[in-house]
Design a binder for this molecule. Structure first.
Ligand SMILES: Cc1ncc(COP(=O)(O)O)c(C=O)c1O
Length: 282
């Protein structure tokens, strides 16, 4: 049984009933986070909670209690050693109405966690994976981690139908991010990732790696990346809490570099795993 916490009540996830008037059902009016658990500890929890606070602020969802203890409690209740915690906060429930002006709503908070029985990124990390490019058909506030993931679902499905794993999104001929990841490229030793803007999610692993590369004196630029730079790169890799860092060895059927996992992608993953291991010992 998976234990969930719903508005701080502990309940089996299978038995949980969400009110039909929850605004997430009609409007996607909710935000979420996915936190990777390594060795029983939620990794980079502070970065995730900061981003969650920012998503809530940008959506004007107020009166959310501090969730830190509930997150730890849920990991422990579900006895998660390796896995992930999912947190979703909706604006609340009230009969359907587009505007939430002057409605005093109580947010609905869901937390649950599930184990990973094998390391989700391991195989792909060693072989690399394929991507397609796709027009970025999402709205203009991709910096908010909202549950409106329909465009992400559509493009990721297209990627899989094409035999790839990820869709790299292009807006005005520039790379934004992956359908569920951030993107880095490497060319002649220079590492680039799209600069933060309202068109990308500020990924926790993206920021971790930017800091890591800077600390280790790599040249890392947060800047625009043209679509053509993807194909011409020596390496392309994607990052996320669950995928860590995975090399993209071919895009739209074109090999990237030599079509093999490159050293910077490997270093990125190793840096994440080492930091997670270190954090678990602390
Ligand atoms: C659209 C999108 N961009 C980027 C990321 C990476 O964010 P993080 O590194 O915090 O997992 C995700 C994560 O799922 C995502 O959905």
């Amino acid at each position: 049984m998976v234990f969930a916490s719903y508005n701080q009540e502990i309940i089996s996830l299978d038995e949980l009933k969400i009110p039909v008037f929850d605004r997430s059902f009609f409007f996607g009016d909710a935000v979420y986070e996915v936190i990777r658990v390594y060795q029983k500890k939620p990794f980079l929890i502070a970065s995730h909670l900061n981003r969650l606070a920012n998503s809530l602020k940008e959506m004007s969802i107020e009166n959310v209690p501090d969730l830190r203890n509930d997150i730890y409690q849920n990991i422990s209740l579900n006895d998660i050693s390796e896995g992930m915690v999912y947190i979703q906060i909706s604006r609340g429930s009230l009969p359907r109405s587009h505007s939430f002006h002057n409605l005093s709503l109580k947010p609905n908070v869901l937390i649950y966690s599930t184990p990973f029985f094998s390391h989700p990124a391991e195989k792909e990390a060693s072989t690399g994976t394929y991507a397609i490019t796709h027009e970025d058909i999402r709205w203009h506030r991709c910096d908010i981690k909202s549950v409106n993931l329909l465009a992400n679902c559509l493009v990721q499905t297209k990627a899989q139908q094409a035999g790839a794993k990820e869709a790299i999104l292009i807006r005005n001929n520039q790379v934004t991010e992956g359908s569920s990841s951030n993107v880095f490229i490497v060319k002649n030793g220079v590492i680039k990732t799209p600069a933060l803007s309202s068109f990308i999610l500020p990924g926790t692993r993206r920021q971790f790696l930017v800091n890591f590369f800077k600390t280790h004196e790599y040249i890392v630029l947060e800047t625009t990346i043209k679509k053509s730079e993807l194909y011409e790169a020596d390496e392309v890799f994607i990052t996320s809490s669950i995928k860590e860092a995975i090399a993209i060895v071919a895009i739209d059927g074109h090999n990237i570099g030599h079509g093999q996992v490159g050293p910077i992608a490997l270093l990125a993953r190793q840096a994440i795993l080492e930091a997670a291991d270190q954090a678990a010992q602390d």
